[in-house]
Design a protein around this ligand. Structure first.
Ligand SMILES: *[C@@H]1O[C@H](CO)[C@@H](O)[C@H](O)[C@H]1NC(C)=O
Ligand SMILES: *[C@@H]1O[C@H](CO)[C@@H](O)[C@H](O)[C@H]1NC(C)=O
Length: 331
């Protein structure tokens, strides 16, 4: 108790002698004044920094997992930066002032993957920075020893770190494919096969685009860019399933209540959607049958007359298509 009281007295003494609060405004990183004691160097480290969430699970090339749980620091001008791979990036102002700034510049989130290579580690959801959160991208480069080599702030509250390590010196050390479990490697193989088929086979429909008729024309036909987007989507989903990338939050990208327009990028997607629709159709038919509502069997092959809204159809088909007949029913 006595020691604690002494600590408080010491603290008050330092506060009294330290720079006036106005000096805080000059600090590079502090935007809001911190609550007294929140970033207090006399309090244990853990109670000073409040992470917004837990880090993502360790993922990526297995030979990098040994970096987990370690931390590497770099002192640059008046700041000490600390990078804890697969955990966090923090910044600590090197000063004896009572309100020295300590902050979280990012929590391990996901890999950046470019050209099928692990390009860097994204650490996001750091301390608030105006309406956003601080975030850091850590680039891994070959070096003689594990070392945080460089820190910069290319745009406000986005930090770029360079971490040197002998673990990435082999030219294949950051390739994504060898890091994947065999089941996902097979999925990637299939995606490559699909892509190749779309490039060379005339029969394959590609997102509604059919190759032109005629052998020569079909041979020179190239998959339109959105089919490659389909391939990229397959890969993205695969990287998400591997835990390398995080699925973007629906609430952020899709407006409230906004329905996603289905876009079939591959034959596989389209077949799956068709299968689901056929299943739903069977379910609806059975509901109609259950309620003793007569219904006609829709034409399986030629559906053009059902699609064309100008074509007059008999009342039953109209009812089935427009669904008004079921409105009053409890399903
Ligand atoms: C940052 O990561 C290190 C290493 O895993 C951990 O000990 C420390 O508590 C973390 N700091 C914060 C503020 O989460
Ligand atoms: C992509 O990676 C391959 C093989 O790793 C390399 O040969 C090629 O130059 C890279 N391309 C780009 C644009 O970085």
């Amino acid at each position: 108790m006595a020691a604690r009281l002494a600590g408080v007295l010491l603290l008050l003494g330092l506060a009294a002698r330290g720079p006036a609060p106005a000096a805080a405004a000059k600090m590079k990183v502090v935007e809001e004044p911190n609550a007294f004691g929140l970033n207090n160097p006399f309090l244990p480290q853990t109670s000073r920094l409040q992470p917004k969430r837990d880090p993502s699970p360790v993922s990526g090339p297995a030979h990098l997992f040994r970096l987990s749980g370690k931390c590497f620091s770099l002192v640059e001008s008046t700041y000490k930066y600390e990078f804890c791979p697969f955990h966090n990036v923090t910044q600590h102002e090197q000063t004896f002032r009572w309100n020295a700034y300590s902050g979280i510049l990012g929590i391990w989130h996901e890999w950046e993957i470019s050209n099928n290579t692990f390009g860097g580690m994204w650490m996001r959801d750091g301390d608030s920075c105006r309406s956003r959160s601080r975030q850091s991208k850590v680039e891994l480069t070959c070096g003689k020893s594990n070392r945080l080599a460089h820190v910069s702030e290319p745009s406000t509250c986005v930090y770029a770190l360079t971490f040197e390590t002998p673990l990435v010196c082999h030219p294949h050390s950051l390739l994504v494919y060898p890091a994947l479990p065999p089941s996902l490697q097979r999925r990637w193989d299939r995606a490559e096969q699909d892509l190749a088929d779309e490039l060379i086979t005339a029969q394959v429909r590609c997102g509604g685009n059919t190759p032109p008729a005629g052998r020569g024309a079909a041979r020179s036909w190239r998959c339109p860019p959105h089919c490659l987007q389909g391939y990229n989507k397959l890969l993205r989903a695969l990287f998400e399933d591997a835990g390398y990338l995080k699925t973007p939050q629906e609430s952020e990208s899709v407006p409230e209540g906004g329905a996603k327009v289905p876009a079939f990028q591959t034959l596989e997607d389209c077949s799956e959607a068709h299968r689901q629709l056929a299943k739903e159709l069977r379910r609806l038919k059975s509901v109609l049958t259950q309620h003793g509502i007569p219904h006609t069997r829709p034409a399986e092959t030629s559906s053009s007359e059902h699609v064309d809204p100008k074509t007059p159809t008999d009342g039953t088909a109209e009812q089935l298509r427009g669904d008004p007949g079921l409105r009053g029913n409890t399903l």
